[in-house]
Structure formats: C-alpha cells, structure tokens
Design a binder for this molecule. Structure first.
Ligand code: FES
Length: 180
C-alpha cells in the first residue's frame, strides 16, 4: 500500500475541518428550531386575541358580562390542556362598539366584581374597597388602586364576533405594565 501523498492529506484535513465547522454552525440552528416548535412555547401566545362572544350576546344597555378565559395551564407537576386562567368584563358601548376590562385589580390583584344598581352599576374590588365606574375609571379618589382598571384591546371581526386581546399587567404600580 502506498502512503497518502501530501495533497491527499491536505484534502482530508480540510474536509474534516469543514465537517466540524458545519456541525458547530448547525447545532444552534437545530436547537433553536426545536425550542421554537416546542408546544410549551405556545403558552406565550395566550396574550393574543381570542374570540369571546358575539355582539348579539352582549346586553344592549351596556351591562358588563364577566367572561372566563380558558387556556392551557401547567403547574409544577401537571399540564392541564384547558383551564380557567383569568377573566374579563366585556360590555357594549354602542351599536358596534365594545369595551373590555381586565377583572384583576391593579392594586394587589384581587378579582373585581360588578355591582348592578338602578341607573347604572359600578365595579368594586372587595379586598380594599376600590371603586371604578363602568369605563374602569377610579371613583372615590384617593383610591387604593394606583391606576384605573386595565382596558384590553377589542376587535369586532366579521360584523358580529367580539375578539379580545387578553393580557395581564403588573399590580401595585401606577404605570400599566404588561406581564403577558
Ligand atoms: S386588591 Fe383591589 S383594592 Fe386592594
């Protein structure tokens, strides 16, 4: 058998170096794709718009409805394919206009309730008695709540579908800071 010539050794060396370099470049791309396609990552999309109701389901007099938000939820041990992760108040403010408010109180995160009353109701946080009008504005200032109720983006699609962008926000701060 004849020993490899210098040019063959050079070719083999370059091929091995190319293979090693290619593998090093490819590995992050492969792991990035796996991470991107991982179903658990889809949880991050819970901040997107979701169809919650149709226009004709909302009372025409502007009375708010409390609607539960369902999504995948995972705790330390268990993955729940569908579970309640939050709620929003949705109400009609005109023929084709709808407003949505996060039910979580901006003070310390308790659930705000709607209190019906003759001539128009209001929202109340039962934990420290913060009051809000139907638009989510604080009343009875100074309020325990550092800001008004958190309004959510609403879109009416296909004339009758009410889509709400569900988001959560940091509590205890005057600034509205999205956390999802
Ligand atoms: S948590 Fe709502 S007023 Fe304190």
């Amino acid at each position: 058998m004849t020993p490899p010539t210098d040019s063959r050794r050079g070719f083999l060396g370059r091929a091995i170096a190319l293979l090693a370099g290619g593998t090093a470049l490819l590995a992050p791309a492969v792991w990035g794709s796996i991470a991107f396609l991982n179903p658990l990552r889809l949880k991050g999309r819970s901040g997107g718009f979701r169809r919650l109701a149709s226009l004709d389901q909302l009372p025409e007099d502007g009375t708010p409805l409390r609607l539960t938000i369902l999504d995948e939820r995972t705790d330390a041990w268990t993955r729940y394919p569908i579970d309640a992760v939050g709620a929003v108040f949705v109400r009609r403010t005109g023929k084709d206009r709808v407003e949505a408010l996060q039910v979580t109180c901006p003070h310390l995160g308790c659930s705000i309730v709607y209190q019906a009353a003759p001539g128009g109701g209001a929202f109340l946080c039962p934990c420290h008695q913060a009051h809000f009008d139907l638009n989510g504005k604080r009343i009875d200032l100074p309020s325990q709540s550092p800001r008004d109720m958190d309004a959510l983006e609403v879109e009416i699609r296909n004339r009758n579908e009410v889509w709400v962008k569900y988001q959560t926000f940091a509590s205890g701060t005057a600034k509205k800071i999205a956390t999802s």
